[in-house]
Structure formats: structure tokens, C-alpha cells
Design a protein around this ligand. Sequence first.
Ligand SMILES: [Zn+2]
Ligand SMILES: [Zn+2]
Length: 360
Amino acid sequence: MKAAVLYDINTPLQIEQFALPNIENDQVRVRLVASGVCHSDWHVIKGEWPFIPVPIILGHEGAGIVEEVGSAVNNVKVGDHVVLSWKRNCGLCEMCQVGYPNLCDVPADQRGHPHFPESDRQMDKFNGLGTFSTETIVPQDVVIPIDKEIPLPQAALVGCGVITGVGAALNTANVQPGKSVAVFGCGGVGLNVIQGAMIAGAEPIIAVDILDNKLELGQQFGATHTVNSSQVNPVEAIQELTDGQGVHYAFEAIGLVSDPFKQSILCTRKRGITVYVGHAPVNTPVDFDARILFLEKMVIGSFYGTCRPRVDFPRLLGLYKAGKLKLDELVTRVYPLEEVNQAFTALGKGEVARSVLDLT
Ligand SMILES: [Zn+2]
Ligand SMILES: [Zn+2]
């Protein structure tokens, strides 16, 4: 198999040939068909997540076809189409038992390492998946079978960006019909928060970004109003659109700087919910006047869309099939694995909702 390796931060990924070990009883070998190119991979490339060691095979938003299963595997069979979850789901820890497998205690499985054919030197895989590759070996609990009629490039996106955004609206915040929403950031995740809010029946849905092309995308995904925060104060603009009250729910879906997070708290109304979806670089400080919380504002983080992959991935793909969830429109560009670095250039320039690698 071949895979794209990050050898050092701020260097281009390199395509390498690898061999895979034999699978163990509880493992599944998946032939990957598509992988989304996500901001999290980019954080690693730029050295913003130093807790991820290099060299590493990047990619964590993948879909493919089951090629081989271990003797103890009982949730998928050879030939099944699957989406991979980048979070373990042991089923036994406290968080799994109380219905939050997105916060499972068990770390990514590091078995099934690819190795160089001639040297036996092994390579790590991002989140235990490493989906910028043509094949991967993973534990069965991260393999989610899906409807074979769903195209795999679209399905791949559900494994990270789509569930992170839609799940933040539907699961973390539990947005209610007729209530107001503001979404800061109209990138791959923010667009999915917007369409999650639309599925929930929110009104109005206010998209905030500094790029007009991103705001237009926001409207395509369900935003009823747009605010260009490079031109106007977004907090004042949102208050004007909500009779001076602020929104019931505000989402920060950027994760690069602290200002939008502060603004998202400020524009939330009394007893409203601010959801922090973006994953900032480590040690990003946020300062705001703590007294604002006396308005009984609730601030909550959202991790992986508070998802239960085995329930939520098929459910979202069902919404896609019914024409209620946009996935085709997210796949802005498709690149072969060899052009993965061009995909990151496009991501860095904010040119795309999502790029997908074709791994066939
Ligand atoms: Zn991701
Ligand atoms: Zn668990």
C-alpha cells in the first residue's frame, strides 16, 4: 500500500510504499476509497499540535471497503462499505456507558502499523487511522458499516467534519425549532453547524466570517443572514438582528484566534448556550469579563459533535439520501493522493469547503 507521510512539521508530505502486518483477531483491514482533508491534519503540519509525534501518516476522515476481518470481528464483514471513526468506542468506560463514546477513555489503537518493506521500520497513523493511504488496519469498534448506495467520498466527510458540525448543533447544543443561532466561521465545520441548525428548524441562522465567498457558502447551507466581521462589529450586528437580545445559541467554529470565541459569548442572550467547536492551537488564551456569566450564559465545548458514531453516521447518511443534508456541495475538489500537498495549499487559502483525496 502507499501512504502520505509527514516527516517533519512545515514540510511537504511524501508518498511512500508500505507493507501491512497480519491482522489480529479484533482488527479489520479496510481498502480506503476516499479521505477528506481536514483542518486537524493541517494543525499537525504547522506544528500547532505538538502532542502529535512525527513522522506520521496523516488523515482521519476516511471511508472504504472491508477487505479482511479478524476471527473475533462481528460488526462488519468483507465487502461492507464503512466510514471510520477517529475516536475509540470501547463500550465499557464511564463515558461510553453513559452515552458519550466521543469522550471514551481508551486512546487510539496503535497496532497494525504499516512498515517499510525492506527495513521493518514502522510508521505511526494519525488517530490510529492514517487515512491518507490506500489501506489501513484498525480495531473493529471504529469501523461503522453504512448503506452501499452512498458514494464513499461523500460518506468519508461524515467521519469528521460533518459530524463535528452537525453534531455540535443537534447533539451538543440540542438546538430547538424557532430559536436563533449564530455561527462564527463558514469553513468545513461551520457550514455543517449551519446545516445542523437548519435541520433543527432554527430561525434566524446568522453566518459570520471575514470572507464574502465563505458567507455565500453559508447561505447555500442554510444561513438566513450573513455578517462580514471584517467590516462590522459582529456582536452589534447580531444584536440588531435579534431585537437587542442576542442569539439563543452561538457557535465558534474557527479555532485559530480568541476574538471570535469572545464575540460568540458576548452575542449569546441570557441563559443562551455558547458552543466552542473549533480546536485552537495549544495554549490559546481567552479573556473576557467573567461577570458576563451572571446572565446565566452557558459555555460548553463540543468534541467530535458529541457523536455516537454507530447511531449518528448512518442517521446523517439517511438524511443525505433523503435530500436533507448537503454532502455533494461540500466536496469542492478531488485530488489524487500524490497531490495531497496541493489540497493543503487550497485549504490554507480558504478556497475550499472540503477537498477529498481519491485513493482508488
Ligand atoms: Zn478532522
Ligand atoms: Zn470507552
